[in-house]
Design a protein around this ligand. Structure first.
Ligand SMILES: Nc1nc2c(ncn2[C@@H]2O[C@H](COP(=O)(O)OP(=O)(O)OP(=O)(O)O)[C@@H](O)[C@H]2O)c(=O)[nH]1
Ligand SMILES: [Mg+2]
Length: 278
């Protein structure tokens, strides 16, 4: 699998080479400061256009996932929280029992896609250049190249950034925020949009807790102040702690996505005649 990438100009590139998107350049919310030389009203209008276009493309991705019974997750975090390590360990532990393919997002390099491919799983790398997040259009093209199997799991590893990816729906079932315990328990309060957008917080690098002053209970309380319904899993991607609970969560989501597809197929054919739906 190759690399793909598209900036906000939505230029098309099917050569699977590195493509460098333009910088974010917008501020993801009318309440924020706007670029010099652009009026506040114009900035709000541009922002709305970008997000509306993204939402339409995210819905197209979501329909594709639903049609194929795919459980899709959007992994978001600051750089280095352990997203790729977690994905590699997840794929190894699943051992092929549940197919996983990966869309990797980084500003530069194919390092993470190479790490995923070393497990035998399919991966497509998107390089965003100066872009600080993936958008639904980029992911749509990556999915064309990835060709994920029906009833599989698609993991989208977003660009390491605890701010911008929160505003962009990619069509995923859930955003999963990975916070490593070395980052400090105040991060959910400082970067609330990301924790509000996520359904699951994975607290990674728990093997390091004995060496840190990190207050785990306070971190969970902070996350729930921002998002009372956020689920929390403590893990160590490198040592294996907590990975069974993560794998159970993953399998349950994949099963649900598969059942929905089968239910939809059954409803469409009325369950009658020569239907071969499972
Ligand atoms: N001690 C410890 N180190 C970990 C753990 N998980 C990841 N790491 C280390 O953290 C560093 C970053 O891990 P990556 O998996 O590359 O993190 P990432 O979130 O994918 O990074 P970016 O894609 O650059 O944002 C590596 O040195 C990993 O070995 C963990 O559970 N415990
Ligand atoms: Mg990574």
């Amino acid at each position: 699998m190759g690399h793909t990438g598209h900036g906000h100009d939505h230029g098309h590139d099917h050569d699977h080479g590195h493509v460098h998107g333009p910088g974010c350049g917008h501020d993801h919310g009318p309440q924020h400061a706007h670029a010099a030389g652009v009026s506040a009203a114009r900035a709000v209008s541009i922002e709305r256009d970008i997000l509306a276009r993204n939402d339409a493309e995210a819905n197209a991705n979501r329909r594709r996932f639903a049609r194929q019974g795919i459980f899709a997750l959007n992994l978001v975090s600051s750089p280095g929280s352990g997203k790729t390590t977690l994905l590699v360990e997840t794929i190894k532990r699943l051992g092929g029992a549940l197919a996983v393919s990966v869309v990797e997002g980084d500003q530069q390099t194919a390092n993470d896609a190479d790490r995923i491919r070393a497990t035998g799983a399919k991966a497509v790398q998107i390089n965003t250049g100066k872009g600080c997040h993936l958008d639904a259009h980029m992911v749509g093209h990556a999915l064309d190249a990835l060709a994920p199997a029906d009833d599989s799991v698609v993991m989208i590893e977003n660009v390491g950034n605890l701010v911008c990816p929160s505003a962009f729906d990619l069509g995923e079932a859930h955003k999963v925020v990975v916070l490593s315990v070395t980052e400090g328990e105040d991060k959910p309060l400082k970067y609330p949009d990301m924790f509000a957008a996520a359904d699951l917080m994975i607290l990674n690098k728990c093997d390091l807790l004995p060496h840190l002053d990190f207050d785990l209970e306070r971190c969970v309380a902070n996350a729930r102040r921002v998002n009372p319904s956020i689920a929390v899993l403590r893990v160590s991607a490198t040592k294996g702690e907590g990975l069974d609970a993560w794998l159970d969560w993953l399998r349950a989501g994949a099963l649900e996505s598969r059942r929905r597809r089968q239910g939809a197929t059954g409803a469409a054919c009325g369950g009658a005649g020569a239907c071969t739906c499972a």
